[in-house]
Design a protein around this ligand. Structure first.
Ligand SMILES: NC(=O)c1ccc[n+]([C@@H]2O[C@H](COP(=O)([O-])OP(=O)(O)OC[C@H]3O[C@@H](n4cnc5c(N)ncnc54)[C@H](O)[C@@H]3O)[C@@H](O)[C@H]2O)c1
Length: 285
């Protein structure tokens, strides 16, 4: 049930692919809270995915666009203002993709042209989006721009690969642009660092099921799911967070502040049993 937190606001949601996508949940919650929105994703994702279904359900127009193309982004902001009847109050960047991860290239054997694509799609697209919007003066004063990140931006996680570098850049862009856009127009720019979540992009991470379980056992509140992430996004789009900007906000059940939890330690002990010899000595080799 909505609380009219976004009543009368206009928004653009990038990255709803299917009903597991975090962006999908954010779109649903935004409309529930009284916003009108447009949806956008790559032309191929729009053709192959189920974004159209969401568009029909929410009465939201879909504008196909590659978020790495400045021209496409200009179209998104132009059309969205036309369709929604004014400047945009909030934008969600929910985009991530690494060809190195997809092709199973390890971090010590990266393909550099693929790395460029990872950075362009997953991070620089955020800069392009904000720069385009600012040049077009498409965001209303006090508007809110958000991107989704992961704790691997700060700490090393097995298998997250070049996406870790992309997320570090993404969070840096939020700070750098947050300063400029805040000072000039009162526009907030933040990232939300979300728990591992079972989505199409999430499933691409090596050992995702174990990572998900470990993270859940380490977090006092457990992993945050996509619906909970959507709720946090709504608060960040609302007028309740007018002075929050240039932040990376952890939405992870407490994971990022933990060192070791009892539940994770118990699990670890169970794992160790397998590596003991008949005398109960741990085999390290
Ligand atoms: N799933 C997780 O565990 C997790 C955790 C923390 C952060 N995140 C972040 O959340 C965001 C959303 O991912 P998700 O987990 O909902 O997965 P998802 O696969 O549903 O969403 C990723 C989206 O990126 C879109 N995309 C890819 N290339 C694009 C391009 N060139 N232009 C425009 N869109 C493009 C895809 O079409 C897709 O809709 C990503 O930034 C991801 O890194 C995910």
């Amino acid at each position: 049930m909505g609380n009219n937190l976004l009543q009368g606001k206009r928004g653009i949601i990038f990255g709803a692919l299917n009903n597991m996508s975090i962006a999908w949940k954010v779109a649903e919650r935004a409309v529930e809270e009284g916003a009108t929105i447009t949806l956008t994703n790559t032309p191929i994702a729009v053709r192959m995915g189920t974004t159209n279904e969401l568009g029909e359900k929410l009465n939201a127009e879909i504008i196909p666009a590659d978020a790495t193309s400045v021209e496409d982004l200009q179209t998104v902001f132009e059309k969205s203002q036309e369709i929604l009847g004014g400047k945009i109050d909030f934008v969600l960047h929910s985009i991530g993709m690494s060809p190195n991860v997809r092709k199973k290239r390890t971090y010590d054997d990266l393909d550099y042209s693929m790395l460029s694509t990872t950075l362009d799609v997953s991070a620089i697209s955020f800069h392009k989006m904000i720069q385009v919007a600012k040049k077009m003066d498409a965001i209303s004063d006090g508007g809110s721009i958000l991107a989704l990140s992961y704790v691997a931006a700060q700490r090393t996680f097995f298998g997250y690969n070049d996406m870790a570098d992309a997320k570090s850049l993404l969070e840096s862009i939020a700070r750098s642009f947050g300063y400029i856009y805040g000072r000039e127009k009162g526009v907030r720019v933040n990232t939300i660092s979300q728990s591992p979540t079972m989505t199409t992009a999430g499933s691409g991470v090596k050992g995702m099921e174990n990572l998900f379980d470990f993270s859940n056992k380490m977090s006092p509140l457990g992993n945050a799911n996509a619906e909970e992430c959507a709720n946090y996004c709504i608060v960040m789009f609302s007028d309740l967070t007018k002075k929050v900007t240039m932040q990376n906000l952890f939405h992870d059940g407490g994971f990022s502040s933990m060192g070791m939890s009892l539940r994770a330690m118990n699990q670890y002990e169970k794992g160790m049993d397998e590596f003991k010899d008949e005398n109960g000595n741990i085999i390290y080799g």
